[in-house]
Design a protein around this ligand. Structure first.
Ligand code: HEM
Length: 401
């Protein structure tokens, strides 16, 4: 039987919002859009439809009948040297996801705890004699690289290199204009990454460990080598920058709210700060989906085949989170924040991030430097439409400085 035709209004076009506004002050832009036109086409995004309300973002991520991730037109495929699990659906996606999953079980993750503590202590030892420090370059960035090298199982790479790879992948994935230089850089990064993975793969075939790469290489239901490689790249391109950004946003929130920081120190409860930091500034602000089947939402017709954006950065500031969502407040209920996504493609790395940040990095940093303060309160700036976090974070380590 043929589907009943559906009808709905045309999605309104917003020609006022510029890309710079989305990069510089998305909080204000999305607050306005949620109130006036929660489903809207943004001229600044090439006329793409975006969803800004929490319920709609959830629907886009979880309604598999109408939305899917399979996208063969995105530059991501070119940039990653193949299709990753993030742009697949159904059995194919599940098979690749299952291959990694063992590495994210609690007992596997607990295995990394001692290494995470050691990495954190080493970084804190290095800054101990300094008066002022940029926590971005001296702490968040090397910590992100250090823990991911353990979890992913790629010892054989320098710290700077992992960030270069992540940046090359991300820039390539967003290279809609096909700039040859950007693809040159991502191709070069791909060659280096594949070489690095292949060396480690040989090792894990002989002696497996609890890393993501080892889990994929030794999966019960094996996946192709090409998929092992591209899915490792998702873990690099989708975690190195985000971990740094999420940790820095959380630190910025705590340092600008000393009474909340005091509460965390006194109660030794850092999970609430970790979750509020994730909610407050979603490190990945928006995720694309393809409309699989035309439908009507909020009375508006959403046409089949369009690429749409579910904006979790906006969903996290919806009325569900209480008053003044733009303020960092560890005492609000953050349970439903969407920074790790939802549905079939929900992030696999949430628990390892939480282990690092809530259990180790925050308590260790503030135990070691209880007087730590922001150096210049108004200097830190946040930027970014797709990925978002503070660019630097200058602090004084003690009151004596
Ligand atoms: C603060 C840190 C992180 C944030 C904010 C983050 C965010 C996200 C988001 C929003 C998605 C869903 C994307 C979508 O729906 O299209 C995702 C997927 C994913 N993340 Fe993360 N992530 C983080 C850390 C990590 C880490 C540490 C790992 C691995 C070590 C990881 C591995 C993955 C993988 C493999 C997927 C794809 C899952 C699938 O498609 O089935 N992430 N992440």
């Amino acid at each position: 039987m043929a589907d009943t035709p559906i009808s709905g209004g045309e999605v309104p076009l917003d020609a006022f919002t510029t890309f710079e506004m989305l990069e510089d002050n998305p909080v204000a832009v999305y607050a306005w859009l949620r109130k006036t036109t929660p489903i809207v086409r943004l001229k600044a995004l090439g006329g793409r439809i975006i969803f800004t309300k929490a319920k709609d973002v959830t629907r886009v991520k979880t309604d598999a009948e109408h939305f899917w991730s399979s996208d063969t037109t995105t530059p991501m495929q070119r940039a990653f040297g193949g299709h990753t699990l993030m742009r697949k659906d159904g059995c194919q996606h599940l098979r690749e996801r299952h291959a990694m999953e063992p590495a994210f079980t609690p007992e596997y993750l607990e295995n990394w705890s001692a290494a995470f503590k050691q990495i954190t202590d080493n970084l804190l030892d290095k800054i101990v004699s300094q008066e002022t420090v940029d926590l971005a370059s001296a702490f968040a960035k090397p910590l992100s690289v250090g823990y991911l090298k353990c979890v992913l199982g790629i010892d054989d790479v320098s710290s700077g290199h992992l960030f270069e790879w992540a940046n090359a992948l991300v820039r390539g994935a967003m290279n809609a204009g096909n700039d040859p230089e950007i693809f040159f850089n991502s191709d070069q990064a791909n060659t280096e990454m594949d070489e690095c993975f292949d060396k480690m793969i040989e090792q894990y075939q002989i002696s497996p460990d609890k890393s993501v790469l080892s889990a994929m290489v030794n999966a019960q239901s094996p996946i192709a080598l090409s998929q092992v490689r591209t899915n490792m790249k998702i873990c690099i391109g989708g975690a190195v920058i985000e971990t740094r950004d999420a940790l820095l946003s959380t630190l910025y929130g705590l340092l600008n709210n000393p009474e909340q920081l005091r509460y965390c120190i006194d109660t030794n409860n850092w999970s609430i700060a970790c979750e509020e930091g994730l909610r407050w500034v979603a490190p990945i602000q928006a995720s694309p989906r393809i409309v699989k089947k035309a439908m009507v939402m909020r009375g508006l017709y959403i046409p089949e085949g369009e690429t749409v954006m579910a904006v979790q950065g906006s969903a996290n500031h919806d009325s569900e989170f209480g008053p003044e969502p733009e303020r960092f407040n560890i005492h609000r209920n953050t349970k439903l924040h969407q920074s790790f996504g939802e549905g079939a493609h929900a992030c696999l790395g949430g628990s390892v991030y939480r282990l690092l940040v809530a259990q180790i990095a925050l308590p260790k940093l503030f135990t070691r430097f209880p007087e730590l303060k922001i150096a210049q309160p108004d200097r830190t700036s946040f930027k970014g439409f797709a990925f978002r976090g503070p660019k630097d974070l200058q602090v004084r380590l003690s009151d004596k400085a």
